[in-house]
Design a protein around this ligand. Sequence first.
Ligand SMILES: *[C@@H]1O[C@H](CO)[C@@H](O)[C@H](O)[C@H]1NC(C)=O
Ligand SMILES: *[C@@H]1O[C@H](CO)[C@@H](O)[C@H](O)[C@H]1NC(C)=O
Length: 319
Amino acid sequence: MIPVLVLLASAVLLGGAAPALEPVTCSDTDGAAAARVAVHHINENHKHGYKFRLGETRGRTVEQVDDGCNVDLQLDLLETKCSVLDPKHFEDCETRSQTDRAVLANCTLMMTVEAGDAKVTKYECDVRKEMTNEQMVRVCPDCPSFIPLNSPEGLKSIHQAVQQFNQNKTNERYYVLQEVGRIKSGYMMMAGTSYYTEFVLVESHCPMGSRIMPWACTPLCPDRARHSFCRSSHTDKYGVMSLECELAPPANTEALSPGQQEPVCDDRPSKAAPGGPPTTDGLPPVPMCLGLHDTDPALHPICPWPAPLLLPLPRPHQA
Ligand SMILES: *[C@@H]1O[C@H](CO)[C@@H](O)[C@H](O)[C@H]1NC(C)=O
Ligand SMILES: *[C@@H]1O[C@H](CO)[C@@H](O)[C@H](O)[C@H]1NC(C)=O
């Protein structure tokens, strides 16, 4: 009985009831087990943006070697609506419809299989919109288009939504912006330019109603903080039109011992500018990957794994 309980407890800690992965074998006929291991591995290493699910296996080659095989996979993945910070298991996350602007990734991945033990050795993925903004306009002229994740106007609309969020007295503490997921923009005759955003907030150490300005608050540690997954809409004329957020409980709910202060760990890529409200240059930059160029500035890339080694710059010769 005990081992089962331990397994259950670790499944909960990892977030979601992950069904056990079937072992990968070299005689695996349809490659389903290998594809599942592959998508698990990609999600585990993917730290920004959204979780992905398997769309289809486009290609698979198996090369028999001494005591196992090498497997090459070509996979099509679909972006889900779950942020990477969402505790839900990726297989429980909804994928996006075409009108919600679906995003795909095509990946090439290598794996070695030895005695039922599969190890991913390398992968690369290209993330792209299912339809480009131009194709989308032809299908749906009034649908909003993707704009870059660091668009100043888009970020301004997110800041206003965060301010509104922090006026909600139901929350115990102020929240700060952790990551922008996507920003779309359109035009409405009566209201001007509109912005549709998705972003993640993290709980800070500042109690609700504290005199510290929310933007100057430091996030709680990632495992102890609640996260809030928000969608907002905003128009030039009317400001924030809608704000819907879903709160996720912290991964670690252990009570602090009496008198112990809530620990603080600020792991945001960049902090609010000191001494003033956040400016657009104080905001998280567009996510980038080592060794990956020309990625779409409106989308979070999947970074190649393992990350390419950065060669140290040659030392200048001392004269
Ligand atoms: C994705 O697909 C394109 C076009 O089929 C191909 O050129 C590219 O190499 C693929 N990328 C990866 C990482 O597999
Ligand atoms: C305030 O937050 C609570 C809990 O997070 C939520 O249920 C409620 O809808 C929010 N109220 C407003 C006005 O946003």
